[in-house]
Design a protein around this ligand. Structure first.
Ligand code: SAJ
Length: 415
């Protein structure tokens, strides 16, 4: 039974991955029910308004909601297929926290029927998809699951990790290749039928454990490579070498492609996922752990640099330019820029002028430190130290006459 009726789909978790995925399925004619525990998000989505910011999502969501192809609810309903796209953060000691997946399993279990497909999209440690199969079977002893009966199971279960880049989700979700790991082969094939509805990239089938590890490896690969660039930046600083010029020159070699140093690594993916590999096998993940530690140390390095400059001024006024975890997004999660601003504020290094054109208000932690949002031009004018933390497009064309008498700490190498 490889054929899957994809008439009705239930997407559990309407965040940065779940909502765009649900929207694209709906735009391709699938009847989609989106489920989230956040009542405000559900209400907003049902009015056709996304509660997250992602280019072009607002237009597409409005279209599919008004066409009646996507509806949001607090509770799952029976469907042909279920996609779980909930957060997988880590707990103390960098151990993966699978409680959101477990809660999603509890929520969908009562509405499962024989022939259903359940897909885990959340980035997960190795073994999580099989664990999901066990959790579901714990709630439904009347159905069979692939970890019990293999290819004969009533329910198919697969892992299909998301691989989209925030800021380009709607293009990448369609164009990127997908890896699908089934608990059995038939599980993988059923999942492929589902994603074929809109995926234009190639779909590669494997087992669930390999798919889980592939996703973690992609993000750990990037983390290790950014750590190499960040390590070089700290070495070059001491050696009085411009690291960006150095990297440009080294990258002229046909087999060298060093990434860009920055203030640290942020976001909810690259700064989190490598820990899932380390937690599973600490003895053998020395490089991956070290890369995490190098990247985590970078904000401290930036703070020390600013402190040194500030110590030479009578009244330091520091314009902190950018708060998001990377350029041209409003997402502040795990942002090294925020960590740096917090450390500067707590150390009372000087007056801080915070600029972030992509948000209307500062996060509560920064407000509690007495900080306020400033306008870019005014902050640059008033400050004697310019600390560039995010390479937003709107910061790039700064007037060099305004900057020339100020101390510049450019963590992104764009000025
Ligand atoms: N960064 C650097 N130097 C670089 C590149 C990035 O310092 O040369 C920093 C960024 O400023 C940011 C962090 O790294 O703080 C991560 O940014 P990113 O653009 O590399 O990645 P994310 O976190 O936005 O998305 C990643 C992507 N993974 C890979 O490129 C391997 C994306 O495809 C994944 O889907 C996403 O993680 C995810 O959800 O896992």
């Amino acid at each position: 039974m490889n054929r899957l009726n994809v008439g009705r789909l239930c997407v559990v978790g309407l965040g940065y991955i779940g909502l765009p995925t649900a929207t694209v399925f709906a735009d391709n004619g699938v009847d989609v029910l989106g489920v989230d525990i956040d009542a405000r998000a559900v209400e907003s989505i049902n009015k056709g308004r996304p509660h997250i910011v992602e280019p072009e999502l607002d237009v597409l969501l409005r279209k599919v909601v008004h066409a009646g192809n996507l509806r949001a609810s607090l509770k799952p309903e029976p469907a042909d297929a279920f996609i779980i796209a909930v957060p997988t953060p880590f707990k103390d000691g960098h151990e993966p926290d699978l409680s959101f997946i477990q809660a999603a399993a509890r929520a969908i279990a009562p509405v499962l029927t024989a022939g259903n497909l359940v897909i885990l999209e959340s980035t997960s440690p190795v073994g999580a998809t099989e664990e999901l199969s066990r959790w579901l079977s714990g709630h439904r002893s009347d159905l069979t699951f692939p970890h019990q009966t293999g290819e004969l199971s009533d329910i198919r279960i697969a892992h299909c990790p998301e691989r989209v880049l925030p800021g380009q989700i709607l293009r990448e979700v369609v164009e990127n290749d997908r890896i699908i790991g089934g608990v059995t082969r038939k599980c993988a094939q059923a999942a492929m039928t589902l994603y074929r509805v809109f995926v234009k990239g190639k779909i590669h089938l494997t087992n669930a454990r390999t798919a889980e590890m592939a996703k973690l490896s992609e993000n750990a690969y990037r983390d290790v490579n950014i750590a190499f660039a960040n390590e070089l930046s700290m070495i070059c600083d001491k050696q009085r070498i411009n690291v960006w010029e150095l990297i440009k020159l080294a990258n002229l070699h046909p087999r060298v492609n060093i990434l860009q140093p920055g203030p640290g690594v942020g976001g909810h993916c690259i700064a989190v996922d490598p820990w899932f590999i380390v937690a599973a096998d600490p003895a053998n993940s020395r490089l991956i752990r070290q890369a995490r530690e190098v990247n985590n140390s970078k904000p401290h390095f930036v703070v020390e640099k600013v402190k040194k400059h500030a110590a030479a001024l009578r009244r330091p006024v520091i314009a902190c330019l950018g708060l998001s975890y990377k350029a041209n997004v409003h997402d502040l999660r795990e942002s090294p820029a925020i960590e740096i601003v917090e450390m500067l504020a707590k150390a009372q290094v000087g007056e801080l002028l915070i600029v972030e054109p992509h948000v209307n208000a500062l996060p509560i932690d920064l407000l509690e430190l007495g900080l306020e949002l400033s306008d870019f031009d005014q902050a640059v004018e008033r400050a004697n130290i310019l600390l560039l933390l995010v390479d937003h497009l709107s910061f790039l064309n700064i007037d060099h006459d305004v900057v020339k008498d100020k101390i510049v700490v450019d963590t992104r190498g764009v000025w």
